[in-house]
Design a protein around this ligand. Structure first.
Ligand code: ATP
Length: 349
């Protein structure tokens, strides 16, 4: 059974001494929606998961799961009765049980009789049915991850919480497992909250991303909106490099020290805008206006740190073909795309 909202946090606060780990957090997650909670270490991500799972009590506010208040307003529902399943960073499988037993153990009591068949069906769903009789130590990290998710689904939850679920996997495995697991989760139609400090992960797997800082959600939006129109500098910076430039609005375009860009919205006169590094092209040119000060080669792409004539620094993110070298003088060539106006609230957070 699902309600219109699988998870609702209203004004949730949780303190540890002087630290507000959660500071009046509001969050709604719809059935079938994948929401990533993204933020730096210590911003409150784990506390949020623990409050939802019932491992911590909030000091204020309410938590609703599937339309039922599970914490706050005098209510308290124990973790095992919340219909919330959590997949931990280290998967937390029982080492002495087989894969199938790990999953069967999590089934609701009334399903235990046909436990083996149900466990097998869930393992098949996640493409690890063939490993049913092995122990967790006899399978790879990516396979353990799938088993952990099968175990979470066995609980027939309303909501699945994933705590940095892919961080212990190596890069190649991570990309594969991540795409596939989130795909399988989507097929189930369950709501899912994923905690991560990896911005690329958050942007690539979720319907909406909530960026946290200091116990608060600064902005929650679709990945593209967050990336292109961040509400404040913390959000902008957390999602990657940002060139913040003073420019001159000319209606639907803006002139900046990095050239002329189309503008999201329209403006006239002095403005401050925000240009992502992939909109900044560079071409080696002895008469160019910038010098390559540093270069971070990342395989298929490269991030240049550029020093401009006025002494300021800018970033350009380019495919790693025909690379400029450190010390080269380059001309800047604006690429198609939009600069965004920096909101008035930009520096107020
Ligand atoms: P990380 O990414 O490093 O896991 P996080 O975003 O999950 O960090 P939390 O673990 O939720 O952050 O911590 C939020 C704040 O609350 C931090 O300042 C942390 O030091 C503090 N905190 C968390 N748990 C406790 C605790 N049990 N006792 C005291 N302070 C705590």
């Amino acid at each position: 059974m699902t309600s219109a909202t699988s998870l609702r946090l209203s004004g949730v606060t949780r303190r540890f001494g002087d630290v507000a780990a959660l500071d009046h957090v509001d969050l709604d997650v719809a059935p079938g929606e994948v929401v990533a909670i993204l933020g730096p270490s210590g911003c409150g991500k784990t506390t949020l998961l623990n409050v939802v799972a019932g491992h911590l009590r909030p000091d204020g506010g309410t938590v609703e799961v599937g339309g039922r208040t599970v914490a706050g307003d005098g209510a308290w529902v124990a973790p095992q009765d919340r219909r919330v399943a959590m997949v931990f960073q280290d998967f937390a499988l029982f080492p002495h049980l087989t894969v199938a037993e790990n999953v069967a153990f999590a089934l609701p009591r009334e399903q235990r009789r046909e436990g083996a068949a149900r466990a097998r069906a869930l393992l098949d769903l996640l493409d690890v049915g063939a490993l049913a009789e092995r122990r967790p130590t006899e399978i790879s990290g990516g396979q353990q991850q799938r088993v952990a998710l099968a175990r979470a689904l066995a609980q027939e939850p309303e909501l699945v919480l994933l705590d940095e679920p892919f961080s212990s996997l190596d890069q190649a495995t991570r990309d594969d497992v991540r795409g596939e697991m989130i795909g399988r989760l989507r097929e189930t139609g369950l709501a899912c909250v994923v905690v991560t400090h990896d911005q690329e992960e958050a942007l690539s797997i979720s319907d909406r991303v909530a960026v946290m800082h200091g116990g608060r959600i600064l902005q929650i939006d679709q990945p593209e909106v967050l990336y292109r129109k961040p509400f404040c500098s913390e959000v902008a910076d957390f999602l990657g490099r940002a060139n913040v430039l003073d420019g001159e609005g000319l209606g639907e375009v803006v002139d900046t020290p990095l050239g002329r860009y189309a503008l999201l919205g329209a403006a006239h006169g002095p403005v401050r805008v925000f240009v992502r590094p992939e909109l900044v092209g560079v071409r080696p040119d002895p008469a160019g206006e910038a010098v390559v000060e540093a270069k971070a080669f990342r395989g298929h792409d490269v991030m240049y740190t550029l020093r401009l004539a006025d002494g300021s620094v800018a970033w350009a993110h380019r495919p790693s073909v025909d690379m400029a070298e450190v010390g080269d003088r380059v001309a800047i060539e604006p690429q198609p795309g939009h600069a965004a106006l920096v909101p008035v609230a930009w520096s107020a957070v």
